[in-house]
Design a protein around this ligand. Structure first.
Ligand code: 5GP
Ligand code: ZN
Length: 112
C-alpha cells in the first residue's frame, strides 16, 4: 500500500518513537496520546482492519496480542492497561491499517 501511513512507518520511511520491531510487527508511541502511555501495535503486512483478517492471520494476531502485556510492563503500566481495536469507520477507525491501541497510566480510565 503506497499511500498508507502505517506501511510507511513499518518500512522506516516515516519516523516513529519505536518500542519494538521484528520481521512481522512494529510497536510505536501514538502521535496523539490519550493517556500518559499510549502506543500502537501494528502488523508489518498491510491488513486494513480486524474485519479483513483471515484464518491465515491468526499467528500474526496472537503475536500482536501477546506483545501487549510485555510492552505495557516495559512502559511501567504495572496496574494494568486498556486494549482498543477500532474497526471500520463506524468503529472510529481513522487509519485503515490494522492496529491495537494499548494505553494506561492514568489514575482513572472511564468505564466502558
Ligand atoms: P484509529 O482511530 O484508526 O484507531 O487510530 C489511529 C491512531 O493513529 C490515532 O490514535 C492517531 O493519533 C495515530 N496516528 C495517526 N497518524 C500517526 C502517525 O503518523 N504517527 C503515529 N505515531 N501515530 C499516528
Ligand atoms: Zn498499510
Amino acid at each position: 500500500m503506497t499511500d498508507c501511513i502505517f506501511c510507511k512507518i513499518a518500512k522506516g520511511e516515516i519516523p516513529s518513537k519505536k518500542l519494538f520491531e521484528d520481521d512481522d510487527v512494529i510497536a510505536f508511541h501514538d502521535i496523539h496520546p490519550i493517556a500518559p502511555v499510549h502506543f500502537l501495535i501494528v502488523p508489518k503486512p498491510h491488513v486494513a482492519s480486524l474485519a479483513d483478517c483471515q484464518p491465515e492471520h491468526a499467528q500474526l494476531l496472537s503475536k500482536m496480542l501477546l506483545l501487549g502485556p510485555k510492552l505495557a510492563k516495559e512502559q511501567g503500566l504495572d496496574t494494568g492497561f486498556r486494549t482498543m481495536i477500532n474497526t471500520g469507520a463506524g468503529g472510529g477507525q481513522e487509519v485503515f491499517h490494522l492496529h491495537f491501541h494499548i494505553f494506561g497510566g492514568s489514575q482513572t480510565l472511564p468505564k466502558t
